[in-house]
Write a protein that binds this ligand. Sequence first.
Ligand code: VG1
Ligand code: CO
Length: 563
Amino acid sequence: HTIKEIPTKPFDGQKPGTSGLRKRVKVFQQEHYTENFIQSIFDSIDAGGATLVIGGDGRYFSPETVQTILKIGSANGVAKFIVGKDAILSTPAASNVIRKYKAYGGILLTASHNPGGPDKDFGIKYNVSNGGPAPENVTDKIFENTKTIKSYKIIDAPPVDLSKTGEFSYGPTDVSIIDSVADYVELLKSIFDFSLIKSFLSSRSNEFRVLFDGLHGVTGPYATALFVDVLGLPKSSVQNCVPLPDFGGGHPDPNLTYAHTLVEAVETNGIQFGAASDGDGDRNMIYGKGAFVTPSDSVAIIAHWADVIPYFKKGGVKGLARSMPTSKAIDLVAKKKGFEYFEVPTGWKFFGNLMDAGRLSICGEESFGTGSDHIREKDGLWAVIAWLNILAAANAQSPNKLVGINDILSAHYKTYGRSFFSRYDYEEVPSSGAAALVAHIDKALTSRSLNDTTHKSASTGTSFTVSDVYNFAYTDPIDKSVSKNQGHVIVFSDGSRVVFRLSGTGSEGATVRMYVERYVAPEADEAELTRDAAEGLKGLIEVALELSKLKEFLGRDEPTVIT
Ligand code: VG1
Ligand code: CO
């Protein structure tokens, strides 16, 4: 096979964000745009003779991009490609495949929870040999290469049929098209107590029904295999489980706003346990009738109950971690149980080093991301099955009374207290306004003008006194790399905090996120502990908006999404 060298010129803005390069499909469709980025990946790694995995959430423009990667990868000396059938491998499944087959790395075609289709978003993300997102030194290199690229290499070969599993050669390279689901199901079976879950669900099938919504993202086939084939639940226990290139026109993001098909079905049919995942399968939401689990609580609860999960019972819990804006609920579990715990910047890539060093087992982010060291990505279905395992174990301990999601939550709050938490997203605001907001808080940081000032909420009458303002920086305890400027934090004397940071995953304009957290101790009365989160945070949110002058800077009265 002949290798052709195609001349090209750099494109601006090919900088990988929190989780890869994400842009509108139309941007990727420009002549040479996708090729440039892929060649820049190969120029940044040493893939000669290596095995690489290709997968993704199956969104629009994925099949074409797989062909591009095969052509460029083969011309750059890749020895073998392992590709998910139909270009499909959920993000957690891809992480597992990279680890299981000891691949050098993988290229994931996903923009996660962003909508898909010809006018929506596409994304390309590189993962390294531990199965996790490439660390910043690699993504920085990729970005540098995109700025100087002059040509890319391709082999001249016809397109590969992605629709059948099997092994064949492609020019000088071997290609293996694998079943997208099998390895992942096998992995989860080795982690959880499926027989306990199955006997709980079958013995309580009238009082405790389950519904999983794939939101037409990649998890459909995985969820069908787990819920219907492995757990023996009826087919009606899964919905929207056929992956579609445009996610059926929806926004495949598991939260109360976008996962409305789940919320409606759970409420209408009185389902005790509902769950959903995002486009690429790494996020999750746990939501039953009248019961919502915030992701910050979810990871803390999984950590608290870890020893009912065979994987942790056997291997022990080595440590816990959360991203900086995530509530401190998991810290309290770590302190009580004597585990080491870490606070890392937003994005899953920072957890990987700690896991590889054997210091981290369970971690999560407030953005509906929960996971463990079984792989190096967050894992939506893992979290959902973890909850079922916990509920099955809790019910085994309580034969006479059905234990539901809310019982688990209130027991947790009575032991640890509750961290009320919410996030306000202001999407696609002018970049200048976002920059001015950050500059305003930065000025308060350097001049200390906010320190020791007291602010009273007009509607609740509660007062908050600022005790500290800082810009979060992280030194990786393993490789000592430093990540600065990871978000501004305003801390109050009662331990409450507000965080402002700019999103690194948007495809257009700027997105500002405001995170608020207020802790209520376990001694508080039941009514206070089980309040609606919006009520519990009302005063703090008012004060945060006033202090930051957010509405003035962004020209927005209301956030786009509240989670
Ligand atoms: C967002 C979330 C972050 C998450 C990232 C990738 O990043 O806040 O917690 O790790 O998305 O998730 P940002 O920079 O926009 O705040 V996924 O499921 O989109 O890969
Ligand atoms: Co995702």
